[in-house]
Write a protein that binds this ligand. Structure first.
Ligand code: B1M
Length: 213
């Protein structure tokens, strides 16, 4: 039964059926299916199937966008369950998808999970230049700068941002966390990031660890 509901959500994402994704996600939560399963086995898994079809040229950008929108509406229903209100933030995180990159689904999930773990989040959005990260970090003290990249062609912007932080004299004041599908621990180490996480849950663990350093 549970698997059937999760399968229906995956199908609705593949079909780009926003109304069905919303209705089925609500139903899954009402039935008591865990948030983690709804997120990992239905919403993210559905988007992974879409990603595979996109890669094989079976579908194109407009269809991907429609599916992404449907997936994000489902994700929005989970957010209140993750976010705890009225609790003192454990740290402040500036997050953004780096310059040249418009992908934000993964970054939004990371942001949502960090909020749920009581981090205060400032989300700079997509296509964030090194200077925008620096201006925001200078405007309000932050503990962690979290950068997401989904393109091999935009990964270099993470290094540019770290170099710009050094040049602006604030590198020692912040920890830098990086992630996104093409990013690896080796790449993170090579560009001088303080931490790397493979997924959103890992980003929460790593952000907590960085605050202790
Ligand atoms: Co794009 N795209 N896309 N795309 N797209 C990929 C990434 C691609 C792998 C597809 C493919 O060809 N196989 C490929 C990149 C190839 C590469 O560089 N290696 C690609 C390409 C080429 C492109 C365009 C260039 C296509 C074109 O125009 N010809 C173009 C680039 C635009 C640009 O950015 N300048 C483009 C455009 C788009 C859309 C706009 C259509 C859309 C984005 C919509 C949006 O984000 N609002 C889109 C999508 C949706 C995808 C795929 C299908 C799905 C990405 C996604 O959302 N995954 C993707 C194929 C795929 O991944 N299979 C693809 C679901 C999401 C939950 O996972 O983002 O990996 P992910 O996030 C995970 C982890 O990576 C991690 O945690 C998240 C949750 O667990 N994580 C972090 C992410 N950020 C983190 C930060 C952290 C820690 C962990 O710490 C700070």
């Amino acid at each position: 039964m549970e698997e059937k509901v999760l399968q229906n959500i995956r199908d609705a994402i593949m079909n780009g059926d926003r109304a069905a994704v919303v209705a089925l996600t609500k139903a899954a939560l009402e039935e008591g299916i865990s948030l983690k399963d709804v997120m990992d086995k239905a919403l993210i898994a559905g988007m992974e199937i879409v990603g595979g079809k996109f890669k094989r040229n079976e579908i194109f950008i407009p269809e991907v966008l429609i599916s992404a929108k449907a997936m994000q509406e489902g994700m929005a229903l989970l957010e209140p369950h993750f976010t705890k209100h009225g609790i003192k933030p454990v740290g402040r995180v500036l997050i953004g998808t780096v310059k040249g990159d418009l992908h934000d689904i993964g970054k939004n999930i990371v942001s949502m999970m960090l909020k749920g773990a009581c981090f205060e989040i400032e989300d700079l959005g997509i296509d964030v230049s090194p200077q925008r990260f620096i201006d925001a970090a200078k405007a309000k003290e932050v503990d962690v700068i979290a950068m997401s990249s989904l393109l091999t062609t935009s990964m270099g912007a993470m290094k540019d941002t770290i170099n710009a932080l050094k040049e602006s004299g604030i590198r020692h004041k912040v920890k830098v966390l990086v992630g996104g599908a093409p990013v690896t621990q080796d790449f993170a180490s090579a560009i001088g990031a303080d931490g790397y996480a493979k997924d959103a849950a890992g980003a929460v663990d790593k952000a907590r660890e960085l605050l202790r350093k």
